[in-house]
Design a protein around this ligand. Structure first.
Ligand code: FAD
Ligand code: UDP
Length: 391
């Protein structure tokens, strides 16, 4: 079915030193390094009809820049990662702020309070006037004794107690992962800290900024190299029949590469509802979280906060967690990690294939971590793979 006529197949056949499967951060960063530093020919394919992977952004019908796969905010503590990406984009400084919409346990009224939980969250929610020093004790009086912090429940109840846990984390997490926080690794909710000061930024990294012309433009510059050919709308099965290549970079799901030989690795998906509104602004901050379990979506985000775009209309995205659909999130829990380890052993045994990125290494990585992983992989390639001219 995917075969083309023999004559056409022959004419189409081209040799590439490398085939890179996936045009997201992992694939694009490696393709550029290989093409630029090793002067080798790279073919980058993606089964989607665009580059940039999950970070893909584009103008919607109204002309507002939106992110097709949900809001992507760039933040990192790595100077090396920031410097590397800065070769392909200028930046717009942006610090993300999030409000959570919850019902106050004292007044019964719906309020929007800062998330991560901070001094203002507690004072607003409970009608208090605590100081920073007093809040430490307030949390301590509510925190539960947890002998060993293992799960995503332990992390939160051990710090702020059960009421805040149930209000802000339990429902959100059950929706997002279809699992109770007690069944998820502690690293999941540990992504969101608790603060006693008034800092209301979602992230505290040294570098926080958005690519000035958007992510897709940054990827287009990264992939714009005479040694790189990009084919979108093409999956691996088609590419492997059509092209000759010596080495492979795989950034898709690791279990897919091995034909799900050991069973399927679980991933969590999302359905996005994009809306354009006929008014200038919709939300007070970039994102409003909806932790209540009864609300089917987890958060709403308004892009103009992130991008700084001036436009008489505005566009927002609702995120609805889903079991079916594109694999967006590896699910961090011990049994999944054990299954991944079996795939990792297979991956380690592949001689000419490198596995990089969030899906290929089954890690809940942010964009900067994927860039860091891709740069580290390139360093390993440089150490172990002789240049094409030499082999
Ligand atoms: P991807 O971007 O998934 O790229 C892999 C590509 O490979 C895909 O385009 C896919 O189509 C292609 N592919 C897979 N299999 C095949 C095949 N067989 N043939 C051809 N092509 C194939 N990170 C942050 O730092 N900040 C954020 O604010 C943030 N927000 C996020 C919000 C959401 C809703 C999600 C889901 C993720 C968010 N992330 C965020 C994480 C970020 O998206 C990832 O870290 C990053 O995109 C991973 O890059 P990657 O190259 O590993 O994978
Ligand atoms: N989380 C939560 N309530 C919130 C925000 C986050 O329970 O208001 C939990 C939830 O389990 C979520 C995890 O913390 O999946 C990580 O949140 P983050 O905002 O980092 O998720 P991402 O942006 O990766 O989807």
């Amino acid at each position: 079915m995917l075969e083309r006529s023999p004559g056409l197949a022959r004419r189409d056949r081209r040799f590439h030193d490398w085939l890179v499967v996936g045009a997201g951060f992992a694939g694009a960063v490696l393709a550029e390094r290989i093409a630029n530093q090793r002067n080798e020919r790279v073919l980058v394919i993606d089964r989607r009809d665009h580059i940039a992977g999950n970070a893909y952004d584009h103008l919607d019908e109204a002309g507002v820049l939106i992110h097709r796969y949900g809001p992507h905010i760039f933040h990192t503590n790595s100077e090396a990662v920031f410097a590397h990406l800065s070769r392909f984009t200028a930046w717009r400084p942006y610090e993300h702020r999030v409000l959570a919409e919850v019902v106050s346990p004292t007044t019964g009224r719906t309020v929007r309070v800062p998330m991560p939980i901070n001094l203002d969250t507690i004072n607003t929610l409970y009608g208090l006037h605590l100081t920073e020093a007093e809040l430490e004790g307030w949390f301590a009086a509510r925190a539960e004794q947890v002998a060993q912090v293992k799960s995503s429940e332990d992390v939160v109840v051990g710090k702020v107690g059960r009421e805040l846990y149930e209000l802000f984390f339990q429902g959100y997490t059950r929706k997002q992962w279809a699992l109770d926080p007690s069944a998820l690794d502690k690293s999941v909710t540990a992504r969101v800290p608790t603060r006693t000061n008034r800092d209301d930024r979602y992230f505290t990294d040294t570098f926080q900024a958005m690519p000035k012309d958007g992510y897709t433009a940054m990827f287009a510059r990264m992939l714009d190299h005479p040694n790189i050919t990009v084919r979108t709308g093409m999956d691996f099965e088609t590419a492997r029949r059509r092209y000759d290549f010596r080495r492979l970079v795989w950034t898709g799901p690791v279990d897919e590469y091995f034909g799900h030989r050991h069973g399927r690795l679980p991933y969590r998906s999302l359905r996005f509802r994009h809306e354009t509104l006929d008014r200038e602004w919709a939300l007070p901050t970039g994102t409003v979280n909806h932790p209540a379990e009864a609300t089917p979506f987890t958060r709403v985000s308004e892009y103009k906060h992130l991008t700084g775009q001036a436009h008489p209309k505005t566009s927002v995205t609702y995120e609805f967690p889903a079991a079916e659909g594109d694999p967006y999130y590896p699910i961090p829990r011990p049994e999944n990690q054990a299954l991944y380890k079996r795939y990792e052993a297979l991956a380690d045994a592949e001689r000419e294939t490198w596995f990089v990125g969030r899906l290929a290494t089954y890690r809940y990585y942010n964009m900067d971590q994927v860039v860091g992983q891709a740069l580290a992989t390139f360093a390993r390639i440089e150490q172990t793979v002789p240049p094409a001219a030499a082999n």
